[in-house]
Design a protein around this ligand. Structure first.
Ligand SMILES: Nc1ncnc2c1ncn2[C@@H]1O[C@H](COP(=O)(O)OP(=O)(O)OP(=O)(O)O)[C@@H](O)[C@H]1O
Ligand SMILES: [Mg+2]
Length: 253
């Protein structure tokens, strides 16, 4: 199974969710690959325990633009069973460079074919845009998870994302299924948080995961330790919610 976590809206919890769900599955004993497809490289720094990839380490950009082979690029992380294809600033120009490439939509899909048998799950952390890098992720993926922040403008942009998914499915990847929408940064003290969850559930009946990720200070602390929150503080409320949603993801198949 290849999961892409995408939402062109910035700061909605894509990276936090990718890293933690991937880590939950690795902790459950699965072999999991995390591919960082964002030049911000937050997923990369979020699983390396404070280390940085060496400056000459190959990255997702090398896979997409230079034909680097995924097995030659993966590195271990602080989570046993979780491997990483790191990202870096060199990916920033990739979307533009890709435009002129033959087969530009399916380069990531082709690159991942080689490791299909090596991992039970692949997770792709997308950048906050619907550029060609994200399209490559959607073409490579069999499942899409859409993190949605519990805030007033949550629905903004979702219809455009769904249109893009429809186009990808029609033209490039009929296997792409929406696994679910994941509500993030829920704050039970504010009325708006609950209202947004209800509204998104009404708009997308049956698609929103039951588990809702609460806003939790441990989540904001964990990246500075280079660890997913499910390891940094496995018993905090957000970690609990990530374990719960991971069970739902597996159950939805
Ligand atoms: N459940 C949570 N509780 C508290 N803070 C959170 C939670 N989830 C995410 N955050 C914080 O919100 C910010 C944005 O989260 P994250 O980086 O996961 O979003 P993103 O969608 O990947 O952002 P971008 O679009 O820039 O890639 C980060 O500072 C993160 O630590
Ligand atoms: Mg991110």
């Amino acid at each position: 199974m290849i999961y892409a976590l995408a939402n062109q809206k910035g700061g909605v919890g894509k990276t936090t969710s990718t890293v933690n769900i991937a880590a939950c599955l690795a902790e459950a004993g699965h072999r999991v690959l995390l591919l960082d497809a964002d030049p911000q490289a937050n997923a990369t720094s979020g699983v390396l325990g404070g280390d940085r990839p060496s400056p000459d380490a190959a990255t997702t950009a090398d896979v997409l633009l230079d034909g680097a082979r995924v097995p030659a690029v993966v590195m271990p992380t602080v989570v046993p069973g979780l491997d990483l294809v790191p990202s870096g600033p060199d990916l920033a120009g990739a979307a533009v460079e890709l435009v002129a490439r033959p087969g530009r939509d399916r380069l990531l899909r082709d690159a991942l074919t080689e490791v299909r048998d090596a991992y039970s799950f692949v997770f792709i952390d997308c950048p906050p845009s619907l550029d060609l890098v994200t399209i490559n992720a959607l073409v490579a993926a069999t499942r899409l998870i859409v993190p949605v922040q519990c805030e007033y403008y949550a629905l903004e942009g979702l219809s455009r994302l769904m249109e893009t998914v429809g186009e990808v499915r029609a033209r490039l990847n009929p296997d792409l299924v929406i696994a679910g929408l994941l509500m993030t940064m829920h704050d039970p003290r504010t009325r708006i948080s609950g209202e947004v969850v209800q509204e998104v559930r009404r708009h997308f009946p049956g698609l929103v995961f039951d588990a809702v990720i609460p806003r939790n200070v441990r989540v904001t602390e964990s990246p500075s330790h280079g660890e997913p929150v499910i390891r940094y503080d496995p018993h905090c409320a957000a970690a609990d919610a990530y374990f719960e949603v991971t069970k739902e993801i597996v159950a939805r198949g």
